[in-house]
Design a protein around this ligand. Sequence first.
Ligand SMILES: [Zn+2]
Ligand SMILES: [Zn+2]
Length: 369
Amino acid sequence: MTTMKAVVFRGNGQIGIEEVPKPVPGPGEAVIRITATTICGTDVHIVRGEYPVKPGLVLGHEPVGIIDELGPGLDAHYRVGERVIVGAITPCGQCFYCLNGSHSQCGGPLGGWRFGNTINGAWAEYLLVPDARANLASIPGNLDDEAVLLCPDIFSTGLSGAESGNIKVGDAVAIFAQGPIGLCATLGAKLRGAGLIIAVDTVASRLDTAERFGANVMVNPAHADPVEAIKRLTDGRGVDVAIEALGKQETFENALRSTRPGGTLSSLGVYSGKLVAPYEAFYAGLGDQKIVTTLCPGGKERMRRLMEMIAQRRVDLSPLVTHRFALDNIAEAFDLFSHQRDGVLKVALYPDAAGLRRAETSVKGAVPA
Ligand SMILES: [Zn+2]
Ligand SMILES: [Zn+2]
């Protein structure tokens, strides 16, 4: 049996590198060699025991890699050696939900999210990709791994907040929290043609990045009541679209209070416990407001569209990748990311030390040691 290195969830608060069997592709499946991956806020919830997964599972749902082996039925569509990404969400394209257009809910609630949730994920040397024809997306030749690293989840999710909110040209939009997903939602508001874009966060450096990503007004709730500030900026009405990108009662409530009658609250956060909609913010349920939720859109066509935005230089996500680690140093990377130290937004993880050296060299423009 061939084995590979992988980061395994061992129970609450515990992850570790282990040798596990290398996957073998069945019909319609592919195995990719992971060249780069990253850590998501959702992984932090999992490791802390706030979202249950089985001990022994390989975590991670943001794969960039090279096709290593194709199962039966794929030779006419892909070739070994092709560079690909796979969405965090891997819809089958066949089931009730997929054929009704709810790809992320493939097979049932949240069912499209399989990597690092219900099947082994991307924090490994190799990854088994189910329903490969629906999910392997070829990387345009000129884009390096880090350029597309955020497409599988963060970029797709953040943009979907703006898309599901149905932002129109000239809309006033407020985005609550400017972590990686909130920043991509801010970018999405700009791409959809919003007029006023208000970014809300308590971290000054994140508000600086929000400005680079298209926000006109930065509001820090540590210094000002964000709802009052937003009402003042919108003639007392509130915004057309508010995007919630944190998953807390406070930000949900503020987003709702900031949504004008007839407006839309587009929610991206992952909540736990009970979520309360206050009477006055909800206009007693008579304000014609819409509340929409979105789980990261996946599948190869979504990935193609996102990579097209990067290839055509409509967006540059490189400011979001702030740190790089070998996968062997997952403990250190996870500690930094989960405590949000050192201005971290996203970390790039490299299973192969040579890949890490190449990435560091291309960033610094230095000569390899
Ligand atoms: Zn994620
Ligand atoms: Zn499906």
